[in-house]
Design a protein around this ligand. Structure first.
Ligand code: GLP
Length: 271
């Protein structure tokens, strides 16, 4: 696992966008060999989306041959609800890039048969031979997508009951009223994320510091589901300085030292 520490949100967002852009450019996607990208919602990736939009509008990258899968979706809120993850993604990203609509995949939290919907999603991913790069965020309780504490680390796409901590934290998007936050969500499993060829997690701010400490300095633990990435071949956690506050000084020093000689992720982007 790599840990990349950037000084603030702006630098973190630029780094994330360039990482994604570079992966797409490197893959040279075409119609018969598209790039498969897993995407998150949340406030943490917003800056990355803005920078990707900029790179796309300048013609540095194209999403024409990119197929996306969003990680999760609330159950039972209308598609066009301002807090539905589908709406979030169109408003903040898809409406501003050149991705064909048929390349965008979401879980349908209003499907009649939610279990069948989850199976359909897993099969859609498998039919494309898996996800090339899964970008994710992290909950204050260390969850990835909506894999709450105690989730199986080999789980697949399924319905999950949301933890009170998650509903309280997400209530900021629902007029600070926890009773308005849905109780259930559909989410890719930890196993689904682990199958991706590459994973990038964005952790931003003080309120992620406790989770990062558990995920990076402690063992693999289903109570902090992002920690499963310790066993991933190509996982990167990208955070800002504030999110490192609970890490040992020597842990941060170690990872910074490891990155010091790494290639600049901007190297192949002439922007
Ligand atoms: C939700 C999402 C997660 C996301 C998390 C953190 O719970 N299901 O995928 O990572 O929020 O969001 P934020 O980036 O707003 O802190």
């Amino acid at each position: 696992m790599r840990l990349i520490v950037q000084k603030d949100y702006q630098m973190l967002s630029l780094w994330a966008a360039r990482y994604v852009a570079r992966a797409i450019l490197k893959a040279e996607p075409r119609e018969n060999s598209p790039f498969i990208l897993g995407l998150p919602t949340g406030s943490s990736p917003l800056g990355m989306y803005q920078e990707l939009i900029r790179l796309c509008s300048q013609g540095v990258i194209s999403f024409k041959h990119v197929i996306t899968f969003n990680m999760d979706e609330y159950v039972g809120i209308p598609e066009d609800h301002p807090q539905s993850y589908r709406r979030f993604m169109y408003d903040n990203f898809f409406n501003h890039i050149n991705i064909p609509k048929q390349n965008i995949n979401f879980l349908n939290g209003n499907a009649d048969d939610l279990a069948a919907e989850c199976l359909r999603y897993e099969q859609a991913v498998s039919s494309l031979e898996g996800i090339d790069l899964f970008v994710g965020g992290i909950g204050t309780d260390g969850h990835i997508a909506f894999n709450e504490p105690g989730s199986s680390l080999t789980s697949r796409t399924r319905i999950k009951t949301l933890a009170e901590e998650t509903r309280a934290s997400n209530s900021r998007f629902f007029e600070n009223d926890i009773t308005k936050v849905p109780k259930y969500a559909l989410t890719v499993g930890v196993g689904t994320v682990m199958d991706a060829r590459e994973v990038l997690i964005i952790a931003y701010g003080h309120n992620k510091a406790r989770a990062l400490m558990h995920v990076i300095e402690e063992g693999i633990n289903h109570m902090w589901t992002v920690s499963a990435l310790q066993q991933h071949r190509r996982a990167t956690i990208l955070c800002d300085e504030d999110a490192t506050e609970e890490l040992k000084v020597r842990t941060v020093k170690y990872f910074k030292m490891m990155e010091a000689d790494n290639l600049d992720p901007d190297a192949i982007l002439k922007v």
